[in-house]
Ligand binder design. Structure first.
Ligand code: BES
Ligand code: MN
Ligand code: MN
Length: 460
């Protein structure tokens, strides 16, 4: 991979400038106002793939936003790597908290990134990481060092649950056929401690609505005598956890898999500094399920969290009113072998039983997905470990991640392929939050490492 690495070294600035152009397009999949921008981003990704040397590049229609496909098939006897990523991003809100525009990328030096980090929505999740793959491929291709076949599948609906992707995968099984899926959409422990994500959590997401009176009422005239949906909803939500931080939904933990001794040994190798953790996000203390460490709570244990809650008057000043409606959005992160549909049903059956007879309760199920685990004995994991260990100069660890990429479990079911989660982000990239950023060190380290994954996977 010497020629490949030389090419990367010589083209670093160009790679960064191209990424900046991609980050300028606000591809927010959740908000219909950005519809055209999401479509434009798909075209731009296709253009970049072509320029990098991919063949048969297509912007494939789906029921929702398109999937960008491209390939380079050099020899049917060699393995095929499928690179998956997403070009859509989360909404930039709350916009006031951004130090620079979310779609006006700037490079700034920070304590964690003395060499600079690129600040923009999607810089780490996931455009910056997708772009590492496009450039690593360009470099291998240009250097004549591409050691196997490669296919790219970059989607535009990951941040809204990949609703159309299941059908796309089922309808294109032959086209997507591969030996291993390679994904950079997760993080490493730190820039001094490389790691590969060997797990993702599953998800069940619901919205709930509590209705009291038909309209908002004067809180002096009616208050105290009629149901207040916000008060009621707060009590219902509070009842979803017991004093030990365990979720009270009957049957919720029935299928939760315990850690194997090997997985526990891998977890015990992960360094964790509680004081630094608290300081990094500005909390006075941690909290969570009794009997588990922070690393366990954020990776191998299931959780339930309110993501948003509203109702009544939230404007300026004080308005005295009993709201007629209260709402909340609730996510449940799942672990192997919890089934998202089953968990959803448990929630739908249980939540209304927490309400008094004075209100009406509705539960609206949203998207979900299964958890995923990659065994460390897998050839793909071994190749990733070897590649990262080489370029970081330190042994890469296996770490289960807390986030979700629902399509990964579906890939295994429909295509029979394992996914290697070789991401290069950091916790401090604050993905989904204001001032999301991606270290230049991480961007370039990714481009440098990916070709070695190809090499070791083919050799291994
Ligand atoms: N890249 C993240 C997932 C992630 C982040 C995994 C960090 C592991 C570590 C992905 O884009 C994401 O945000 N997924 C959503 C799920 C989706 C159904 C909206 C999530 O985890 O909330
Ligand atoms: Mn992502
Ligand atoms: Mn995301």
């Amino acid at each position: 991979m010497d020629e490949t690495q030389r090419f990367i070294d010589q083209n670093k600035d160009r790679f960064l400038n191209e990424l900046i152009e991609l980050l300028k397009i606000p591809s927010v999949s959740a908000d219909p106002a950005y519809n055209q921008d999401v479509l434009n981003t798909a075209e731009k990704v296709a253009e970049y793939l072509k320029a990098a040397g991919a063949d048969n590049v297509e912007v494939c229609e789906t029921k929702g936003y398109p999937v960008v496909y491209g390939e380079k098939l050099i020899n049917p006897n060699l393995p095929t790597i499928l690179v998956y990523g997403h070009y859509d991003v989360q909404p930039p809100d709350p916009i006031d908290l951004w130090e620079s525009g979310p779609f006006e990328p700037v490079i700034k030096k920070t304590e964690i990134h003395p060499e600079g980090a690129i600040f923009a929505r999607g810089s780490a999740d996931d455009k910056g990481q997708v772009y590492m793959h496009v450039k690593a491929f360009e470099a291998m291709n240009h250097a004549g060092e591409l050691p196997c076949n490669v296919k790219f599948m970059i989607e535009g609906e990951e941040e809204i649950g990949s609703a159309s992707l299941g059908d796309f995968v089922r309808e294109n099984k032959e086209k997507l056929k591969n030996d291993i899926i390679l994904i950079s959409d997760t993080e490493i422990i730190s820039n001094d401690q490389p790691s590969i994500s060997v797990g993702l959590r599953g998800l069940s997401y619901v919205e709930v609505e509590v209705k009291g009176a038909d309209l908002d009422m004067h809180s002096g005239v009616y208050g105290g005598a009629v149901p207040n949906p916000l008060n009621v909803l707060s009590r219902m939500i509070a009842k979803l956890h017991d004093d030990d931080g365990r979720i009270t939904i009957p049957g919720f933990y029935d299928d939760v898999q315990n850690l194997s001794p090997e997985d526990k040994a891998d977890m015990d190798k992960i360094p964790f500094d509680l004081e630094a953790y608290k300081k990094s996000i500005g909390i006075a203390d941690i909290q969570g399920e009794k009997g588990y460490s922070t690393i366990e709570r954020t990776s191998v244990r299931p959780t339930l969290d309110v993501n948003g809650m509203w109702g009544g008057y939230i404007g300026k000043g004080a308005k005295t009113v009993i709201p007629s409606h209260a709402y909340a959005k609730i996510s449940m992160r799942l672990v192997p072998d919890q089934d998202p549909d089953k968990i959803m049903k448990l929630f739908v059956d249980y939540f209304p039983t927490l309400a008094p007879t004075s209100v009406e309760v509705k539960v609206i199920p949203h998207h979900g997905g299964h958890a995923y685990v990659l065994p460390t004995s897998d050839k793909g994991f071994q190749a990733a470990k070897k590649a990262m260990t080489k370029t970081f100069g330190k042994e890469a660890l296996a770490a289960r991640g807390g986030g979700s990429i629902p399509i990964v479990a579906l890939f295994e079911k429909e295509l029979g392929s394992k996914s290697v989660l070789m991401g290069f982000g950091l916790n401090s990239d604050v993905i989904h939050s204001p001032n999301e950023n991606f270290g230049l060190f991480n961007f370039y380290k990714g481009i440098e490492t990916i070709p070695y994954f190809y090499k070791y996977y083919v050799e291994g």
